[in-house]
Design a protein around this ligand. Structure first.
Ligand code: GDP
Ligand code: MN
Length: 382
């Protein structure tokens, strides 16, 4: 789950990472109230989950109430890269001497956490990685050892942060690491991390992605989930407890297991199609789960064909087949299904599908993943 900047800053504050005082606002009047409380000058910031808000005109400095009214009025309702601004964050403006970049993510290949740190902050890190990769210091952190202050200091020095910023930045790195690990983040990023003329170091922006799999030990995340930006399909899938991500192609995809689902997306792509979604129905694919999955896919108006890719390990082919037959009797599908059913009891499963007497143009079986993808894509692209 991605957090908005203001939520990220609230999360940071729990780990004692310094942020500017401010408050959220959904109307011009609320923005004025927050600005008066924070003290002028303030920055009025669009809350959308996309970078480059500054360049898009979604971040403005205001010296007085009239300017807050003007900027808040302009930014609310603004479209930034396809995201409508419904909320602002108004905070006390900071004087900036220097801007840096800092983040923690998981490097799955290395099986370690990864710190990325750069003296070139305030611009997109992808741009720095492109134009000046040496300006990004990367440090792998063994989760057992953690990150201590001295190692953090050395990284700041290596990243060529000015001497005056090293201690303050190192302290924030240690806190940010704690936020990232104890706070169960997939990503904790500060860009820019700023040095003020006073010598203080401070988080001016916050980008936090929470690890949804850890939600069970964070009841307080409920407050964030209420503002999570899900499209209608994703909302529907969530209510059904499905692992679903909406995409914008025309082949609806159902697979068991995240790895197989991703491979299915790849194969669809490879044969010239586009996936409408990622959907992993998991191991226990009974009729209810299958019906729910088909309902969500059927709800997506862009779906022209449906590809079901099941490899039975623990999941048994005849259970999946029964689920599909049952689901098709419950859901009136607009798009035809191509299924590849393999693995445990696949023979029995295919027989059940045949015996159900569903017409070929509504449901057909293909022996391999590639052939099934080709069939689904040729229908979708016809
Ligand atoms: P992003 O463009 O969406 O990443 O939004 P940021 O929150 O990172 O802000 C973009 C830029 O706006 C920063 O790099 C700063 O240059 C500028 N900015 C944001 N807040 C302040 C502030 O309090 N004071 C000043 N002077 N500039 C700010
Ligand atoms: Mn930023």
């Amino acid at each position: 789950m991605d957090l908005f900047e203001y939520q990220g800053k609230q999360y940071f504050a729990r780990y004692d990472i310094p942020v500017s005082p401010g408050g959220p606002a959904d109307t011009v009047d609320e923005a004025v109230k927050e600005a008066n409380q924070a003290g002028y000058p303030v920055v009025v910031k669009a809350q959308v989950q996309v970078g480059g808000r500054g360049k898009a005109g979604g971040i403005k400095l205001a010296d007085n109430e009239a300017e807050v009214r003007e900027h808040a009025g302009n930014i609310l309702g603004m479209d930034i890269k396809g995201h409508t601004v419904n909320r602002l964050w108004v905070e006390k403006a900071s004087d900036i001497e220097d801007e840096y970049y800092a983040s923690f993510t998981l490097d799955r290949a290395a099986k370690k956490h990864l710190l990325m740190l750069s003296a070139e902050g305030g611009v997109e890190i992808e741009a720095v990685a492109e134009s000046n990769p040496d300006a990004i210091v990367k440090l792998h952190i063994d989760p057992v050892d953690g990150l201590d202050l001295e190692v953090a200091r050395q990284s700041c020095i290596k990243a060529k942060l000015p001497e005056t910023a090293v201690d303050g930045a190192a302290e924030i790195l240690v806190k940010l690491y704690r936020c990232y690990t104890e706070g169960d983040c997939d990503l904790a990023e500060i860009n820019p991390l700023i040095l003020k003329p006073t010598g203080e170091v401070h988080a001016l922006d916050a980008k936090v992605t929470l690890d949804n799999s850890a939600a069970y030990r964070h009841p307080e995340w409920e407050a964030f989930a209420a503002t999570e930006v899900l499209d209608d399909r994703e909302q529907m899938a969530k209510e059904k407890g499905l692992q679903y991500i909406g995409l914008d192609g025309s082949v609806g995809i159902i697979a068991n297991g995240a790895g197989l689902a991703m491979s299915t997306l790849d194969v669809v792509n490879q044969v010239g199609g586009t996936a409408a979604n990622f959907l992993d129905i998991g191991g226990g694919a009974n009729a209810d789960v299958m019906a729910g999955a088909l309902e969500v896919i059927n709800f997506d108006e862009n779906v022209v064909s449906i590809l079901i890719n099941i490899f039975g390990g623990i999941t048994r082919g005849e259970e999946v087949a029964k689920g599909i037959v049952e689901a098709m009797s419950r859901v009136d599908l607009r798009a035809p299904i191509v299924i590849r059913l393999d693995g445990t009891n696949a023979e029995e499963g295919r027989q059940i599908l045949l015996d159900a007497g569903i017409p070929q143009e509504k449901l057909r079986s293909e022996p391999t993943m590639l052939e099934a993808a080709l069939a689904a894509v040729s229908t979708a692209n016809a």
